[in-house]
Design a protein around this ligand. Structure first.
Ligand code: HEM
Ligand SMILES: *[C@@H]1O[C@H](CO)[C@@H](O)[C@H](O)[C@H]1NC(C)=O
Length: 328
């Protein structure tokens, strides 16, 4: 009797196993229009808020692009970046790598609009992803398809941010291998760096290319201009001196970035290296020659980045306030 029972149930179990596996993996997978039932206007609300914010503070769009990189590169796209320092647990925002990041308070504006319509439904991680997608449109970049259903982390990872986010002066080899480790190839990495077509760089991230002597890979006239913008070798880290990434179209995500690299006008060492490394330079040439190709590659790689390692159901939550984990 007992053996029979056992037999019946274990075969039922094995019969159902593939279904169970399917069910569980589908649950943790991202999908298009994840909020179709639970909050049908979610994507429209985010787009509206991103547009309003862009009209009031244009550089918010630039911030959304950098936010996605900093959030997704560190373990997972899980809004861990947005957590503020609480009771001794320091925020990823405190990392030296996050220097210059801004506009975090406006993520709260987007979240509030969503909470009004559908409380506790839309994750902060999806806000990071969709605001970046819509910000890119404001910057005249490509339209990027994005899946949703990300969940929010319950911790911030300051030490991991220090280790996993590349530094301004990292070698090409190390940058490429860091992106490779999350499934982004050389072509995709070259395209993603094209985000430096918009926004700014503070002098602290530049001066070692200008003093005591000028980096020979910099165009001498451009170096002269940069020395004018950054007049001392030791800028106060709190000072606001900065240089725009792309002087001609600083608010447009276009391939001028690659044209500038070919003229030795890359701002960061990681930027300029794309021209000297034979692995990356053919892609720089192609992207400089063809904005459509740059946009296609940028979309492809940005989507991959945005889907790095999404959290499984119980590993994450839907935060009420993007700055803090929910209290239980
Ligand atoms: C090797 C990889 C990368 C390094 C070392 C790097 C480093 C930096 C640094 C040092 C700055 C200037 C910060 C400041 O001084 O204010 C910056 C700005 C920026 N980065 Fe990156 N970055 C990398 C890749 C990316 C990627 C993949 C994206 C997005 C796809 C991105 C988006 C941005 C944006 C939009 C800004 C301008 C931010 C603003 O003006 O507020 N970066 N990055
Ligand atoms: C890179 O820059 C940092 C300062 O941002 C500096 O401490 C470090 O020594 C530099 N590394 C290399 C390899 O030049």
């Amino acid at each position: 009797m007992a053996t029979n029972n056992h037999h019946c149930c274990s075969s039922l179990f094995f019969l159902l196993l593939p279904l169970l596996v399917l069910f569980y993996s589908a649950k943790s997978d991202l999908q298009f229009n994840y909020y179709a039932q639970s909050c049908p206007n979610a994507e429209e609300i985010i787009k509206q808020e991103v547009t309003n914010l862009y009209n009031k503070h244009g550089n918010t769009a630039v911030s959304w692009v950098r936010n996605l990189f900093h959030d997704c590169m560190v373990k997972s796209c899980d809004a861990s970046l947005l957590l503020e320092t609480v009771s001794g647990v320091e925020s990823e925002q405190a990392s030296q790598r996050s220097f210059g990041m801004r506009n975090f308070k406006y993520v709260g504006t987007i979240k509030e609009a969503l909470e009004k319509e559908c409380p506790m439904t839309v994750s902060c991680a999806d806000i990071v992803a969709l605001s970046a997608r819509d910000g890119i449109l404001m910057l005249e970049g490509p339209r990027i398809e994005m899946r949703t259903g990300r969940r929010d982390s319950k911790v911030s990872y300051l030490a991991e941010a220090d280790n996993l986010l590349p530094n301004h002066n990292d070698s090409s080899l190390s940058v490429l291998s860091q992106f490779q480790s999350i499934g982004i190839d050389v072509e995709g990495t070259v395209a993603l760096l094209g985000a430096h077509s918009v926004g700014r760089v503070h002098c602290v991230n530049l001066v070692h290319r200008l003093y005591p002597s000028v980096d020979p890979t910099l165009d001498p006239e451009y170096a002269e201009y940069l020395r004018g913008r950054c007049p001392t070798p030791d800028p106060d880290p709190k000072s606001v001196l900065y240089v725009r990434n792309d002087l001609e179209t600083p608010m447009i995500l276009d391939n001028l970035y690659y044209k500038n690299l070919l003229k030795h006008k890359g701002l960061l060492i990681v930027d300029q290296q794309l021209v000297s490394d034979p692995l990356t330079s053919p892609f720089v040439d192609k992207m400089a020659a063809d904005n459509g190709y740059f946009h296609d590659q940028f979309s492809r790689a940005f989507q991959l980045l945005s889907e790095n390692n999404p959290l499984e159901d119980d590993q994450g939550e839907i935060r009420k306030d993007c700055r803090y984990v929910n209290s239980n």
